[in-house]
Design a protein around this ligand. Structure first.
Ligand code: CTP
Ligand code: CA
Length: 229
């Protein structure tokens, strides 16, 4: 049918996907991280592979089984993920940033286990690179797809914040979702997404991340095909 025709644009295309959280070391036994399950990125890797794309998945630590992909790269920190993305981005046609990358890392991770003292402790954090923004700012960028997780109440607020993110980072497409409260997203099997691009948008209602990934893959295929036409 129509979907199969749209998805044909992805056949044989090299696609790079990031997924999962990152872990930012404080010392050899402690880290800063977040609650990303990795499910959305893994489901996208599966949906794009099913469409015939050549997927490389670069993933932070998750509880998910290792996916049946030829190209799977396990990473820990944002800097690890950044290095693995930069090593492969020149060859990819589409880059999808589904990872929940830590925005900051401990400035000076300790080489040995930290010993507690009586006083409170202040952590000094350093900004991590924005992997997605740096990929989109390349001279010949791939088709870039980002995510935006926002603690907002209305869909209008969500659209405004996500559009600002899309424009600031010069993305082809952004998939936004509300987080916090009971609105889906992190650590859940289902989610709803508002997908925005230059001149259009599409709302994907609450459904499983597997179904969402299939629907998002169709939108990506459509917009990608138009961007190269
Ligand atoms: N992202 C990235 N590298 C980072 C931070 C974010 O590649 N260091 C990507 C994420 O994978 C996601 C998008 O940028 O696709 C947006 O992430 P998000 O955390 O929602 O936005 P930020 O730009 O980090 O802004 P903030 O957290 O302040 O809302
Ligand atoms: Ca962030």
């Amino acid at each position: 049918g129509d979907d199969a025709e749209v998805l044909a644009a992805l056949r044989g295309l090299p696609v790079l996907i990031t997924a999962g959280p990152t872990r930012e070391a404080l010392d050899p036994v402690r880290c800063l991280t977040n609650h990303s399950s990795g499910k959305m990125g893994y489901a996208l890797a599966q949906a794009l592979t099913a469409a015939g794309a050549e997927v490389t998945l670069i993933a932070g630590p998750t509880a998910l089984p290792r996916p049946a992909l030829d190209q799977f790269v396990a990473v820990e920190s944002a800097l690890d993920m950044y290095a693995q993305v930069l090593a492969r981005v020149a060859e990819c046609a589409i880059f999808i940033a589904a990872a929940a990358v830590a925005d900051y890392r401990p400035a000076s991770p300790l080489p040995t286990k930290f010993k507690k003292h009586t006083a409170d402790l202040t952590l000094h954090l350093t900004r991590n690179p924005d992997i997605l923004a740096d990929v989109a700012a390349r001279i010949a960028p791939p088709f870039t797809v980002g995510f935006a997780a926002e603690t907002v109440t209305t869909v209008e607020e969500l659209a405004d914040l996500a559009t600002a993110k899309r424009l600031n980072k010069r993305l082809n497409m952004i998939a936004a979702n509300r987080v916090g409260g009971d609105s889906g997203g992190f650590e859940r099997d289902d989610n709803a997404l508002l997908v925005l691009w230059d001149g259009g948008n599409h709302h994907l209602p609450l459904q499983s991340k597997t179904q969402l990934a299939a629907a998002l893959t169709i939108l990506i295929a459509e917009r990608y095909a138009l961007s190269t036409a």
